[in-house]
Every structure is written in structure tokens, then in C-alpha cells.
Write a protein that binds this ligand. Structure first.
Ligand code: NAD
Length: 493
């Protein structure tokens, strides 16, 4: 992996030794080997990074739009030149299959370019006024934004978290996951350093699990921080949103999911099988929008399940650096244990393993389960692994009922040849997003991405990020039309 700053983090436009001098190991989940040594920041370090961001905020917000956009475009070009470094980091520390790493890097570059365009979308409005005033709603950046990102799509989700916020004039302190600090942040710092970004606009703080509570707490509670972008688990995201709410700070939290793929009785089965296989097993099911429940109409259940299992059995596993190793390792032992505990619990309570169910090292076989019912953990809990239950329902009504029987509400897929029915199901699902004739796994850099229920609060990408990370202010200009009650007026001399 092309990264060698083992005890430094990036703030105030330069690489700084962490105060404690401590570092932590960054492991390759495919082979268990250490792939990098990473600086372990603590409370004092993150305070300095936040102070750097606070100092930079006014000049950055005041800079000409095209210059601000120019830095993001320049960074995108540099990333393009360093594509291989990002791909290597995603594969080595993140356990990404190379195809996923190439996709993620390309998408992150495009997301930076899309964000650059958002400098021109800080739109307010001119409103009518009872008093003939010039009455304006004006958008302003918030100031310092803390961005906390996860390990599964570390590069893309860091970029999604900060890019629009930065483009519209906020300054950033980014904390990548301890599992993926290089792809999720430190390489991005090198990119923005090379792009000549003004000091303090973009700061990256890496830390180990030992320091994440104190660093994370400061990133929310420091008075200079005005907004938080968090992507990760529901438990941590809820705690962060609660803390931010108590301090009356804006927080946009993108959290877990238990997404359903609904297959109606008129579905194109080939489309259904492909959407299910991709949706459930891309990146070993470690995507917030992964298909975690396949809900299939009884009329097509037998054919669909048979063809799904046959297709899943063609998925190659092993070396993620090879195009054939599409099923890579899970990120760590904790995830592996959680995935296997859910499968074991389901089997003990009567589920049938149609394929998979075993593991070697951190490589878990792509697994399809039948006869899953609500008494099993896997029915309700997020799995975040390559395991999918097939749940058979009587009809469309029951499919909607089962899909909505979840504390989560991120995304969904509906496979049907009847677009009207597809739209009806989409409208009745309690999710932030729904995709007809596709898997739930979808994202584009300008769309309102986000969930309802325990899947999150707020929307990110494009205009949604502009709203999330700006303040709407009301400003008026009176031109003599405003009358006060006579007793308040100066009597004529
Ligand atoms: P996580 O919540 O464990 O970690 C996310 C980030 O929070 C990491 O950077 C971590 O270091 C940090 N963190 C941990 N404890 C913290 C604390 N006390 N204070 C502040 N920050 C803290 O999640 P993860 O395991 O990295 O990611 C997997 C989860 O993320 C899954 O639940 C998945 O569904 C969800 N996810 C959601 C989306 C989305 O857009 N909705 C996208 C990707 C992942």
C-alpha cells in the first residue's frame, strides 16, 4: 500500500506528529498481515485539527465559487492519476474485491466533480414582503463540519460525507474508520495537499478503537463544530444524533439497514435472480443497502429459489486482487462471529441452508437460507454479511407487510413486469429509497440518499447535502415602506 506516514495526521495544511507519538496496526483481512502503521490521535490532536478548520472557515467561505470548485476538480484529477493507490488500499485494508475497488475509486472521483458543481447551488429565494421590502432567504455554510465514516465503502462514504459540505464553504475534520484509515481519509489528505488546498480547509484525524470515544465525542461537542455527517451503525449514529441534538447542532446520520428485495408473481425471473445475487453478495453483503431479505411470491418461489442457488454457486471466492475472487473476506473477526451466530441461530430454530453456511479464515461462503421465521435473529437484525434468507409470501399485500415489518427503512427493490404495481409497492414501503426492477443497492452523487426509521435522519448527496450543511437565513432591506404604530414614531419637529 502506498502510504508511509505512520505517526502523522493531517491538519493546518501539513502532516503533524500525533502528540502521544502512538500508532496502531492496519490489517489486511484477506491474509491477516499488517499492511500499514497508522497514527493514533487522541483528544488533544483532534482539538488542534478542529481549531485549524475553525481558523480557515471564513476565508474559505468567502472565496470565489469557481476557485473553491477548482480545488475539488483539481483533487479529482489527482485522484485519477493516483487511482491505483486508492484501489490497492481498498483491497488491502478493506478486503474489497478488485472490481469493487475500481468501481468505488471511479465513483468517488465523479462524486468530487459533482460536488464541485454544487458551489452554484447555494440558492435562496426572494420572497414577497407586506412592507415592500427586499426580503431574502439566504444560504450560508455552517462552519466546521465533522465527518465520521465507516469501513465498508470507506473512500466513497468519506467523499460523500464531506465533498458537498466543503464545496459550499464549510471546512472539514474527517475521521475515517480505524479499519480503513488510508482509503477512507489519509490518502485523501495527500490528494488535497497536492491540490494546494488552503491550510485548514480539509483535516484528517485517524485514531484506534482505544481513542475513538474521546475523539468522536470532541468532534460532536467542540463548540467550533456546527454540523456532523455520520455514516455507520445505528447504535453509534443514534448516540451521535442525540448528543448533537442536545447541543442544537445539525446532524445527518446514515445508518444500518435490513433491505428487502420483493419479487412479485409476474417478475422476470432472470432479472430477479441477478438483482438478488448482486444485491445480497456484492462486497460480501457488507453494504448498508444489501439485500438482507428476499421476499418472493409463492407463485414463482420454487423457480426463483432454484435459479438463485445455482447462480450463487457460481460466485468465486478467494484472492480479492483477482477478478475471479468476487467474494472477499469479511472485515474482521467480530463481523464473522456475528454473521455465523445469526446463521447458527437460524439453523437451530429450523432454517434450511440451501447453499453456504461455512467459512475459512474471514472468508464466509455466500449463503442462502430457506424456512426463516420471525423467531430467528436473522429475520430482524442487520447481518452485514453474505447471507440472505428467502421468505415466501402469499401475495403482494403480504410482501409489503413483511417488508415493512422492520425497525429499519433504508432502501428496497421490487421486481415486477407491471410498472403500476411496482409504483404502488414503492409508495407503500416505509423506506427512504425504493427501486423498481432493480436491487436496493443504488446510489448516484446527486440524488437524495438516506433512510427512515432506524436507518437514519437527513439526506446526503447533491442538493440534499447543500440543505444539510448550510443555514437558511432571512435578510431584509427596507426602503421606507415599513410603518410603526404612531406612538413609536418621532413627533414632527
Ligand atoms: P460503526 O458505527 O462501528 O463505525 C462508523 C464510524 O464511527 C467509524 O469511523 C468508527 O470509528 C466511528 N465510531 C465508533 N465509535 C464511535 C464513537 N463512540 N463516537 C464517534 N465515532 C465513533 O459502523 P461500521 O462498522 O464502520 O459500519 C457498518 C455500519 O454502517 C452498518 O450498520 C451499515 O449498515 C452502516 N452503513 C450505513 C450506510 C448508509 O449510508 N446508510 C453506509 C455504509 C454503512
Amino acid at each position: 500500500m502506498n502510504f508511509d506516514k505512520s505517526s502523522q495526521i493531517f491538519y493546518q495544511g501539513r502532516w503533524n506528529e500525533v502528540i502521544s507519538g502512538q500508532s496502531f496496526d492496519d490489517f489486511n483481512p484477506a491474509n491477516g498481515e499488517r499492511c500499514a502503521q497508522i497514527a493514533d490521535a487522541n483528544l488533544e490532536d483532534v482539538k488542534l485539527a478542529i481549531a485549524a478548520a475553525a481558523n480557515a472557515r471564513l476565508s474559505w467561505a468567502g472565496m470565489a465559487h469557481t476557485r473553491r470548485a477548482g480545488f475539488l476538480l483539481q483533487a479529482a484529477d489527482i485522484m485519477e492519476q493516483r487511482k491505483q493507490d486508492f484501489v490497492d488500499a481498498l483491497v488491502e485494508e478493506g478486503g474489497s474485491w478488485i472490481g469493487k475497488a475500481i468501481f468505488e475509486t471511479g465513483y468517488a472521483i465523479e462524486a468530487l466533480r459533482t460536488a464541485a458543481a454544487m458551489v452554484f447551488h447555494m440558492n435562496g429565494e426572494i420572497m414577497p414582503s407586506e412592507h415592500g421590502k427586499l426580503s431574502m432567504a439566504v444560504r450560508q455554510p455552517l462552519g466546521v463540519i465533522s465527518v465520521i465514516s465507516p469501513w465498508n465503502f470507506p473512500l466513497l462514504l468519506s467523499v460523500r460525507g464531506f465533498s458537498v459540505a466543503m464545496a459550499i464553504g464549510n471546512t472539514i475534520v474527517l475521521k475515517p474508520s480505524e479499519e480503513t484509515p488510508v482509503a477512507g481519509g489519509l490518502l485523501l489528505a495527500e490528494v488535497f495537499e497536492a491540490a494546494g488546498l488552503p491550510d485548514g480547509v480539509f483535516n484528517v484525524v485517524s485514531c484506534s478503537r482505544d481513542h475513538v470515544a474521546e475523539v468522536g465525542d470532541e468532534m460532536v461537542s467542540n463548540p467550533a463544530v456546527k454540523g456532523i455527517s455520520f455514516t455507520g451503525s445505528t447504535a453509534i449514529g443514534k448516540a451521535i444524533a442525540a448528543k448533537a441534538g442536545g447541543l442544537l447542532k445539525k446532524a445527518c446520520v446514515e445508518l444500518g439497514g435490513k433491505d428487502a428485495l420483493i419479487i412479485l408473481d409476474d417478475a422476470d425471473i432472470e432479472r430477479a435472480v441477478n438483482a438478488a445475487t448482486f444485491g445480497a453478495f456484492m462486497h460480501q453483503g457488507q453494504i448498508c443497502m444489501s439485500v438482507e431479505r428476499i421476499i418472493v411470491d409463492q407463485a414463482v418461489a420454487e423457480e426463483f429459489t432454484r435459479r438463485l442457488v445455482a447462480n450463487v454457486n457460481t460466485l468465486g471466492s478467494g484472492d480479492p486482487t483477482s477478478m475471479g475472487g468476487v467474494i472477499g473476506p469479511l472485515i474482521n473477526e467480530k463481523q464473522l462471529k456475528n454473521v455465523h451466530a445469526q446463521v447458527t441461530d437460524a439453523v437451530e430454530k429450523g432454517a434450511t441452508v440451501l447453499t453456504g453456511g461455512k467459512y475459512q479464515g474471514l472468508f464466509y461462503e455466500p449463503t442462502v437460507l430457506a424456512d426463516v421465521n420471525p423467531s430467528m435473529k436473522i429475520y430482524y437484525e442487520e447481518t452485514f454479511g453474505p447471507v440472505v434468507p428467502v421468505i415466501i409470501v402469499a401475495d403482494m399485500e403480504q410482501a409489503i407487510e413483511v417488508a415493512n415489518d422492520s425497525e429499519y427503512g433504508l432502501s428496497a427493490g421490487i421486481i415486477t413486469r407491471d410498472e403500476e404495481r411496482g409504483m404502488e409497492v414503492a409508495r407503500r414501503l416505509e423506506t427512504g429509497m425504493a427501486h423498481i426492477n432493480d436491487s436496493p443497492v443504488n446510489d448516484e452523487a446527486h440524488v437524495p440518499f438516506g433512510g427512515v426509521k432506524n436507518s437514519g435522519m437527513g439526506r446526503q448527496n447533491g442538493k440534499s447535502s447543500v440543505e444539510a450543511f448550510s443555514e437558511l437565513r432571512w435578510i431584509t432591506l427596507d426602503r421606507g415602506g415599513r410603518q410603526y404604530p404612531p406612538p413609536f414614531n418621532e413627533t414632527a419637529a
